[in-house]
Structures are given as C-alpha cells and as structure tokens.
Design a protein around this ligand. Structure first.
Ligand SMILES: [Zn+2]
Length: 272
C-alpha cells in the first residue's frame, strides 16, 4: 500500500517509527512536530533484506528514501486523483518519483570509521550485468567489502543517477554514439549534456543521518565525488580505491574515466 494512497497507513507507519523524516543536516525530526519543520527527506525502514551476494547471504537493512518536495507533489496530485476517483492513475504518478535506497550492514551505533559506497544507478550494469561499464561488479564488491569489514557500513543507491545523471534514454543514445567512435564524455557533449550532472545533495543528507557525523571511508576512484560531498558539509572522508570488474569490454571506458580524473593506475586497467 502506498503511503500517498491512504493517509491512515502513513499515520500508522509514523507511529511505529518506520516512516520518518530528516532535515537537511541529517537530523531526525520529531514526528510530534507539526508541520514538520525543515523536513527534507522521508525515509521508510528499516526493512530486512536478505541479499544473495556471490555465494553468501548478506543480511542488510534497507531504507527507502525520497525527497520531500517530490513526495509532497505526488501526495497533492494523489489527493486530486482520489477526488476524481481516478486511482488507476496512481501508478503513473509513482513512476516519476526518484526513490533512493540506503543499505545498512552492521550496527551503526558501533561505527567509528565505516565503509561507505555512494553508488549511481546503472540499469545496464547493475541489473542486466552489462560489461560495458564496471558498475555491477563495483556495487556487489562494495557490499562484499562492507560485509567483510568488522564494523560494516552502508551503500547509498542513487536512483536518479542513471548515466551520470542524464537518464537511461539519453544513455542509450550515448552508447550508440560511443559505438560510432566517441568516448563516454564526448558522447554526452554531442547530446549537449554535461559530462557529469549527478547531484549528491540527497546522498550528503543521508550520510549525515546514517553516519551521524562520524568520519567514513568512501569506496570510489572518483575524487570529484569526495569533493562534491565535502562541499555539501561532509569533511571527514577518506577515499578508498575501488577497482573491480575490468574487462576487455570496458577498458576503453575506464581509460576515458582515468583521463577525466578518476584515480586509476595503468595496472588497474591493464591492456588488451
Ligand atoms: Zn554502469
């Protein structure tokens, strides 16, 4: 049942503490406060999720997170649809809402320098297992590294970050341009799109809440990600190299990323 379809469900989940809001500083908002002042992100969870990762089962706590401005708009439209008895259109509404996920492994109370991965959604790599990029192996290996760490940590899955923020449709076009000889960044420019249009502000708010101001280790080869999160108020980040899933199919793509500024060494990429 969608919380925006039936307001009584929202009240019930709020009373249970499994639907809550955080402000832009990552501070949980008192549900008694009405209207919730400064609420930025609504979160549903924790929801136990048993993940089959390589050959082991990893138990994670899943939190579904949505920006309040987006949710508010959807709720408003849902009210209109309800008034017109047009509930069959709810599905169309819901598909426009970007829901990010946080996967927590271990007990956040015991963390002092947890492992963190902020992972950008990649339908072709994460879901289909495409070897054109290394996203799928990076996501699974990140979860494996977090699981293997004695403290654990978290993975934030940014659903709006498909194709470095340009979306799946434009990404499909860039693949066709790449097959005609352009690299991953040139293809974006040919479409009049930025090299990287990802917005990390929601990730920053979620990290403030889940890491609770503690320093953390960020699994990434991209120093810009550290800079972006730093500019959003997260100072204590140590970058940890995260190279995996390099194949003949994505070596050219990784070389383009290296030229663009990703911290990859020649031996990380290898040669055909
Ligand atoms: Zn990818």
């Amino acid at each position: 049942m969608f919380t925006y379809i039936d307001p009584t469900i929202r009240q019930r989940l709020t009373a249970q503490g499994t639907l809550f809001q955080i402000d832009r500083d990552g501070v949980r908002i008192d549900p008694e406060m009405s209207p919730a002042h400064g609420a930025t992100i609504s979160i549903l969870g924790p929801i136990p999720l048993p993940l089959q990762l390589f050959d082991t089962q990893v138990d994670v706590e899943w939190y579904a997170c949505v920006r309040n401005t987006e949710l508010g708009k959807i709720e408003e439209l849902a009210d209109d649809l309800r008034a017109e008895n047009a509930q069959q259109s709810f599905a169309t509404l819901a598909s426009f809402m970007a829901v990010n996920s946080v996967l927590v492994i271990g007990d956040p109370k015991t963390w002092n320098n947890p492992l963190v991965r902020v992972h950008s959604c990649c339908m072709t790599g994460d879901v289909f297992g495409s070897g054109r990029c290394e996203c799928g192996p990076q996501m699974r290996t990140a979860l494996q590294r977090i699981q293997a760490d004695e403290q654990g940590g978290l993975l934030i899955y940014m659903s709006g970050h498909e194709g470095r923020g340009i979306g799946l449709w434009a990404k499909a076009a860039t693949y066709l341009l790449q097959d005609a000889g352009e690299n991953t960044y040139q293809a974006n420019r040919s479409l009049g799109l930025p090299d990287d249009s990802r917005d990390f502000s929601d990730a920053a708010v979620l990290l403030k809440f889940f890491a609770d101001g503690k320093p953390f280790l960020l699994l990434t080869n991209n120093p810009k990600k550290v800079d972006d999160l730093g500019a959003l108020g997260l100072g204590n980040i140590t970058r940890v190299k995260h190279v995996t899933g390099v194949t003949d199919s994505n070596r050219g793509y990784l070389t383009a990323k290296q030229d663009w500024g990703h911290k990859l060494d020649a031996e990380d990429i290898g040669s055909e």
